[in-house]
Design a protein around this ligand. Structure first.
Ligand code: SF4
Length: 531
């Protein structure tokens, strides 16, 4: 991480360091979370976040700066009583069922505010916490010991921020249960072992919005995404429910909507009608700049551990698909190749194993289609673009959808979709996103394709055939996108961590495990494999 000597450190960050050094690191790297705890904390400050409502004896949102210690911050309230006594007050939310206790982090915050206010020439006689939910004051003594302890926290925080590797997550610590950053920190997942405690992080209550009706237009209207075609309103969704936007083919998106999505750090991905990813827009405000630099260095130097993880998991999942849905014994060969991938000693060896596995897998692919489908949807192997048959056309689209999801997951944790470890960055493709989708191809994309054919969602009329190439018609594309969304929002039992998780969240967790390898807190990478 860059040295922070030149810029003042937020007092809030020092308080978070007192709570957990890793939490401060994550925040300093720009990780933000949209959790209930954060919403409650913001709500607790509503009464004091408007400096315009200050009175002479109760100033609100008072900005403070300590040039001597390189600190900046904001006091919720500075109150002056009739005797001229000045008290600095912080507003905190604590669930009513829990005791309103003053923590070390609160003490540190008040002490540093006191230091900054005194440096600005104000007298500070006392400090207190106002517990919003309990409507209760708690006086906090700030003497020389508290001031020294707060400055010691500041010194330790500087050391953390100047370090090259992230602080290790806490181990089996109750603080993680209430930490708003647990969903990005993944303290229990780092060990790649079953997570035994109750996981409090929910999947986001939002969705990826696909715009796939040719000629439609999406715009922002009164806080909702409104999709229209001509005079018809096709869909309207609250903007808070949108996790990302995927635009398929000829659909317009207003600049107002794009700006709002970027402001909310929700990426937009544009695909062609056949599922080829054309480009994406992501917010300029991106976390983890330091690890992103490490990513580029590791990508240039090669990272066999990551590459092995992607390939071994991919082949393992291909073996499972064939064993579950196909015929013959290709799955046994694939299992052997999976073990070889796990032990590969070079990337070149991995490429060979991966190519071998792909040939075996796609030879057996047809056996997963029902006999009636095989009669009209012949599949003689994987042909990319243009697709030569219905199965390849559907595979192209689902791989494009998977790539869009991987790009979203990678961008969300601040990594660069282009700097990969298995796919070459020199091929001008989003190499890391292609790396990440390897383990999800069979259980997500291929599973969707097999399902949509076998259950009749895709039929001959879903395709058009022009001069040797096969394309999905609009109805076929809609069927595949619907089935894909159904699949990625379905929960499964995570093979390592043992908890239920959606495939979409699993993709982001895997992206964060890659990030962990790059920031030094993840000692190896293991792909998701289904049994
Ligand atoms: S989840 Fe735990 S280890 Fe991670 S930042 Fe929060 S308190 Fe620290």
């Amino acid at each position: 991480m860059t040295s922070v000597d030149e810029q003042p450190i937020p007092i809030r960050l020092v308080a978070h360091h007192a709570f957990c050094p890793r939490r401060a690191w994550l925040e300093a790297l720009g990780e933000t979370t949209d959790t209930h705890q954060v919403a409650v904390g913001v709500a607790a400050h509503h009464a004091v976040d408007d400096p315009g409502r200050s009175r002479a004896q109760a100033m609100r949102s008072v900005d403070v700066l300590s040039a001597e210690h390189g600190l900046v911050g904001r006091c919720d309230s500075v109150q002056i009583d009739d005797d001229g006594r000045t008290t600095v007050v912080e507003y905190k939310s604590t669930p009513v069922r829990r005791r309103p206790a003053v923590t070390d982090a609160m003490r540190v915050q008040l002490a540093l505010q006191t230091i900054a206010l005194r440096e600005q020439g104000r007298t500070v006689d006392a400090a207190a916490i106002w517990f919003v939910d309990h409507r209760q004051y708690a006086d906090v003594a700030i003497g020389p010991d508290e001031l020294d302890a707060a400055l010691e926290q500041l010194r330790r925080l500087r050391a953390v921020l100047d370090a090259q590797t992230a602080p290790e997550p806490l181990v089996d610590d109750p603080r993680c249960r209430t930490c708003s950053h647990a969903g990005v920190c993944l303290p229990d997942e780092r060990a790649l072992e079953p997570v035994t405690r109750r996981v409090l992080v929910a999947d986001p209550d939002s969705q990826v919005l696909h715009l796939a009706t040719p000629g439609a237009r999406a715009a922002l209207r009164s806080g909702r995404v409104r999709v229209v075609k001509g005079d018809d309103e096709l869909r309207t969704v609250p903007i808070e429910r949108v996790l990302a936007l995927v635009v398929h083919g000829n659909v317009d998106v207003s600049s107002g909507l794009l700006r709002e999505l970027l402001w909310r750090r929700c990426p937009t991905v544009w695909c062609s009608g056949t599922g080829r990813v054309i480009g994406w827009a992501s917010s300029a405000n991106s976390p983890n700049g330091g690890p992103r630099v490490h990513q580029h260095v590791a990508s240039a130097n090669g990272h066999l551990g990551l590459a092995r993880g992607f390939v071994a998991a991919k082949i393992g999942n291909q073996a499972t698909m064939i064993r579950r849905h196909g015929e013959g014994d290709a799955h046994a060969t694939l299992r052997r190749l999976q073990r070889r991938a796990d032990d590969a000693t070079s990337t070149a060896e991995l490429y060979g194993i991966e190519g071998d596995a792909a040939a075996r897998y796609f030879e057996a692919f047809t056996t997963m289609l029902s006999p009636s489908v095989r009669q009209w949807a012949s599949f003689a192997g994987r042909t990319r673009r243009p697709a030569s048959d219905p199965v390849n056309a559907a595979l192209n689209l689902t791989y494009g959808l998977l790539l869009s999801d991987a790009i979203r997951a990678i961008v969300a944790c601040g990594l660069d979709p282009h700097a990969g470890f298995l796919h070459s960055s020199g091929r001008n493709k989003p190499a890391l996103a292609l790396d990440l989708i390897e383990e999800f191809r069979a259980p997500v994309a291929d599973s969707v394709v097999i399902g949509t054919f076998n259950n009749g969602e895709l039929k001959p009329a879903s395709f058009s055939h022009v001069t040797g190439s096969t394309r999905l018609r609009d109805s076929g594309r809609a069927a595949v996108i619907t089935a894909y969304e159904r699949r990625v929002t379905t929960s499964f039992r995570h093979p390592i961590f043992g908890y239920d998780v959606t495939w979409r969240r699993a993709m982001e967790v895997q992206a964060r495990l890659i990030l962990g390898v790059l920031d030094g807190t993840q000692h190896r990478y293991k792909g998701v494999t289904v049994r």
